[in-house]
Design a protein around this ligand. Structure first.
Ligand code: GAP
Length: 492
């Protein structure tokens, strides 16, 4: 597998990802998307939104503000509990996340451990600053939220949101009434979240600004197992890590409510169907120490990165925690009258699928990256639905520019296309491979006679001859998964 440094270099060179403000030396944990990156990122978000919002009757979307007043995060518990334990070197003053250095040096999983436990591990293992070898000061809690003041009046505190979820909870009653939803139903959101991470690292994996797609799925508290879709997913098999060893398991083996298990399975399927390798995916369950302050249970979907198995998706049972808290602090009753049971209840979040877009981006890129020695170039085997550019159009020689431009004009309204006329056709194919373009059309001298062009499939490099008049329909079919052999005559 390619290393994280090599992938970051490739992403910069091809126009996927740049470090923010690189001309000034950059700022750790902040990234900008280049011309291919923005397309891939949008495609990931679009696939999530289409599948989990637009194609469902029981989920609606919102788009909340990035900043909220302090009271929101007091209610949500983030002000008090959204912290990591930090270590500061008494010599060079370097600040590090305690659980990370402990894991690196001792392989002990220290996420969620108390300050006292951290102190004991540090003393027992004689841990020192990795930069200068100095000793550490007493470990401290560090709140990860970015704080600001709003308006000219001093003391009007607000925070950038550390998760998209809170505006779903604060708007819950409005959405419930306006969208005329009935339990069980979900509210979804895609948007930015901000965390002042102590040690941002591993490229897009741990950033200070990132995007999330989240759903809060609300149920009647007594009906967490009334899930019609459960039967369809209960036999789904996956790698399960129980904290000690990895084994094969089925969704029905998980100790979770049916709605919780259902949503976890749906996101696992999302990754599989968009091409991630099954052997690089696994599900784990949080132990009590790791659980967030609001959660009764939580599962992660992990991907096997070159730097280890790491969380790409979190999925928590958030109980009635948030709506109850917002009822208390806002003095607005967040309970609803459930028509079916004729009961007044506070809805229960049976599942909160929380998907980081950047981590999905990273997993898709690692999985797709193939240093093809035979071709002599990188080939990105991204699923066609994710590919930043769907079609490349090339004139064999520049004399055929007019004919090739006409084909490009036919396609560009419907598909993201590139037009490339520079260098040999081989070079142009290589550039397209590196951008993950699934299909390339070449206009040659025969095109004028037979009114046809060749389409090359990136994965197999096979080519077929297709009528220009049918090109749009053909590309549509290919992107939907039709075999190359079925859309035209194979070119020898
Ligand atoms: N609302 C629940 C929540 O935010 P989380 O496990 O803290 O839960 C959910 O985060 C997902 O957000 C993670 O699985 C990951 O994909 C993404 N994420 C969290 N922190 C991140 C960071 N610092 N950089 C990039 N992505 C992050």
């Amino acid at each position: 597998m390619v290393s994280i440094q090599e992938l970051a270099t490739f992403c910069k060179k091809k126009g996927f990802i740049y470090r923010n403000a690189e001309i000034y030396g950059g700022m750790a944990g902040f990234f900008d998307l280049g011309h291919l990156g923005v397309e891939l990122n949008n495609n990931i978000k679009q696939e999530l939104w289409k599948r989990f919002v637009q194609a469902r009757e029981d989920v609606v979307g919102i788009d909340g503000s990035l900043m909220s007043p302090e009271i929101v995060f007091k209610a949500s518990g983030h002000l008090e509990s959204f912290t990591d334990i930090m270590l500061e070197c008494s010599k060079c003053k370097k600040k590090i996340r305690a659980d990370e250095i402990i894991e690196e040096e001792t392989h002990i999983d220290a996420e969620g451990k108390s300050v006292d436990d951290i102190l004991t591990i540090i003393k027992d293992n004689k841990l020192k600053c990795p930069s200068c070898g100095g000793g550490f000061k007493e470990p401290e809690h560090f709140n990860l939220m970015f704080k600001s003041e709003v308006g000219a009046k001093e003391g009007n505190l607000a925070y950038l949101r550390p998760e998209t979820a809170q505006s779903i909870f604060t708007n819950f009653k409005l959405v419930y009434d306006n969208a005329r939803m009935k339990l069980p139903f979900g509210i979804a959101q895609t948007g930015k979240a901000f965390r002042n991470e102590i040690s941002p690292r591993d490229f897009l994996f741990r950033c200070r600004e990132f995007e999330q797609f989240e759903i809060e799925f609300f149920c009647h508290p007594d009906k967490l197992n009334d899930c019609l879709g459960y039967n369809k997913i209960k036999s789904l098999e996956f790698n399960y890590f129980d904290g000690k060893k990895q084994k094969k398991a089925k969704i029905s083996d998980l100790k979770a409510s049916k709605w919780h298990a259902y949503w976890l399975a749906e996101f696992y399927r999302f990754f599989l169907e968009l091409g991630l390798s099954k052997d690089k995916l696994r599900i784990t369950k949080h132990n009590k120490e790791k659980l967030a302050h609001y959660a009764a249970a939580c599962f992660d979907i992990e991907y096997k990165f070159p730097f280890g198995w790491k969380e790409i998706h979190g999925n928590a049972d958030r109980k009635q925690f948030d709506l109850t808290q917002h009822s208390k602090l806002s003095k607005n009753d967040m309970s609803i009258f459930d028509e079916e049971t004729k009961q007044k209840i506070v809805p229960y979040v049976a599942s909160e699928p929380s998907q980081g877009i950047g981590r999905a981006f990273l997993a898709f890129m690692f999985d797709a990256y193939d240093d093809d020695k035979k071709r002599g170039n990188i080939v990105l085997h991204l699923h066609p639905k994710l590919a930043p550019v769907k079609v490349g159009v090339f004139p064999l020689v520049n004399k055929l520019d007019k004919e090739a431009k006409a084909v490009y004009d036919m396609l560009k309204d419907e598909f993201t296309c590139i037009y490339d006329r520079s260098g040999s056709v081989g070079r142009r194919y290589a550039r397209a491979d590196e951008a993950g373009v699934p299909f390339c059309c070449t206009i040659d001298f025969d095109s004028q006679k037979d009114k046809s062009i060749t389409i090359r499939d990136k994965n197999s490099t096979k080519q077929v001859r297709v009528k220009i008049s049918e090109i749009k329909e053909t590309v549509r079919k290919l992107l939907e998964g039709e075999k190359l052999e079925n859309v035209g005559k194979l070119v020898k």
